[in-house]
Write a protein that binds this ligand. Structure first.
Ligand SMILES: [Zn+2]
Length: 173
């Protein structure tokens, strides 16, 4: 059995010392494996869980929708401790989600922020449809509506967007 210090050093070498370009490439390579049905399902063992028990060093922060058809670790072919994932219906960013993004960047020191949208989003569809929803769900609509308003005011921009909206940003440095 390796001493804990050695495991921590290995984790540092494997994750947070990679460049933003390398992190993006690792994410895209995993997505290509998933798309072509060649997933390796890395880091999904109990020994990996032991390895990251004391400290997590995910290489990417990802903001995605809560949609069950878009499981983040699966579509990027990553495993335990690889990704710091924030999921919320409609990909909205309230102060709570923003605090999680900040935690990923400043505390966990992930190398990139990836915002992942998807087709046929129920929250976006409900916003476009209008009307009142049950309980607290109107909070989602309130957060999405400004983006809908902007896109309808700028149809030229909306028409240029790909059907599956994917965008990403990188931390500075
Ligand atoms: Zn969605």
């Amino acid at each position: 059995m390796e001493p804990a210090g050695s495991q921590t050093a290995q984790l540092a070498a494997l994750t947070n010392e990679m460049s933003a370009d390398d992190a993006l490439q690792k994410l895209m390579a995993g997505n290509q494996r998933f798309i072509y049905e060649r997933s390796k399902s890395p880091n999904q063992t109990l020994s990996r869980l032991d390895e990251i028990m004391r400290e997590q060093k995910p290489f990417a922060t990802i903001l995605g929708c809560s949609d069950s058809r878009v499981p983040i670790e699966v579509i990027f072919d990553q495993g335990l401790g690889d990704l710091f994932v924030i999921r919320v219906a409609g990909n909205i960013v309230t102060p709570t989600e923003l605090a999680s993004v900040e935690y990923g960047a400043s505390v966990l020191k992930t190398r990139i922020l990836f915002v992942l949208g998807h087709k046929n989003c129920g929250a976006v569809s409900a916003t476009l449809k209008g009307g009142n929803l049950l309980g607290q769900m109107n909070m989602l609509i309130d957060s999405i509506q400004p983006a809908v308003d902007r896109s309808t005011q700028q149809p030229a921009i909306a028409s240029k967007m790909p059907s599956a909206k994917t965008c990403f940003g990188r931390w500075s440095g």
